[in-house]
Design a protein around this ligand. Structure first.
Ligand SMILES: Nc1ncnc2c1ncn2[C@@H]1O[C@H](COP(=O)(O)OP(=O)(O)OP(=O)(O)O)[C@@H](O)[C@H]1O
Ligand SMILES: [Mg+2]
Length: 268
């Protein structure tokens, strides 16, 4: 059976003032429908570039991306726009519209899609319920915590009804407990809507917590990929070993540690 996402011999070279950077070097892998696929690697390994190529935010220098059997690089502008609506993305710094309140942020993609205002608001309120943020509908992003902002971003991305959700360090700005709640939300979305999720992270605990599969990048190359349990229990490459060995505590423990620290801080 054709995999849901297939990346074939993907290369991305940047030509900068100070020379060329081969950010992604001949990478091939597949992602199954409904998977939660982690991408790990050190800073500069090429994770963001690779993921930005998945929705052609970044044009690959060469290689192919197939989504549901269709080659994205061969689509017309119009077809590509449609295909892109199917691929949502969330970021470390949330990228909310600061001048709009929470409800209007979530309505935004619906308005773009031409949904009537009343229907858009109704649907947006349902999505805010899904992310447990109904009571903040009238608040502005500046009045929210990081975790709440990410929930708004998730509700907004869901409004476009995507089949794929790309997350670039979506929990990196959050404390362990908030990270855990956002990961639970992502897992719930994956189950409830069957959305395939791609997660870039530098936290191994995030991979262990929610991912089904993982890819290890180093210096633009794909070093290893497989089921999380295989890569984490018996990493085959040095790159994977280094990352997995560096593995910190899991998120629950980290959250508990943080509580203890708060108590200790309080106690002086
Ligand atoms: N627009 C660009 N122009 C030139 N070089 C770039 C550009 N974007 C990324 N690079 C380079 O490509 C390489 C990979 O960068 P990328 O952002 O994909 O890494 P990353 O794995 O996401 O790192 P991090 O964990 O720090 O986010 C780096 O050497 C980076 O400097
Ligand atoms: Mg990055």
């Amino acid at each position: 059976m054709e995999p849901f996402i297939r990346v074939e011999n993907l290369c991305k070279t940047f030509f900068a003032k100070n020379g060329r950077v081969e950010a992604v070097k001949d990478i091939s892998f597949e992602i199954g429908k409904g998977d939660i696929f982690g991408i790990i690697g050190l800073s500069g390994a090429g994770k963001s570039t690779l993921v930005r190529c998945l929705n052609l935010l970044e044009r690959p220098s060469s290689g192919k991306i197939y989504v549901d059997g269709r080659s994205l690089t061969d689509l017309s502008e119009r077809e590509l726009r449609r295909a892109r609506q199917n691929i949502g993305m969330i970021f470390q710094h949330f990228n909310l519209l600061m001048q709009r309140n929470v409800l209007d942020n979530v309505c935004f993609p619906l308005e773009i899609a031409g949904v009537k205002k009343r229907a858009a608001r109704k649907h947006a309120m349902e999505l805010l319920e899904t992310v447990e943020l109904s009571e903040k509908a009238k608040a502005y992003p500046a009045q929210l915590s990081g975790g709440q902002k990410q929930r708004v971003a998730i509700a907004r991305v869901l409004a476009a009804n995507p089949d794929i959700l790309l997350c670039d360090e979506a929990t990196s700005a959050l404390d362990p407990r908030t990270t855990k709640s956002i990961l639970e939300l992502l897992k719930e979305i994956n189950l409830r809507y069957g959305i395939t999720i791609v997660v870039i992270t530098h936290e191994m605990a995030v991979v262990r917590e929610i991912c089904t599969h993982v890819a290890v990048l180093e210096n633009g190359r794909l070093e290893e990929t497989g089921a999380v349990k295989d890569v984490f229990c018996s990493p085959k490459t040095e790159a994977a070993k280094r990352l997995v060995m560096n593995d910190g505590p899991d998120i629950v423990t980290a959250a508990v540690d943080e509580n203890t620290k708060e108590v200790e801080d309080f106690a002086g």
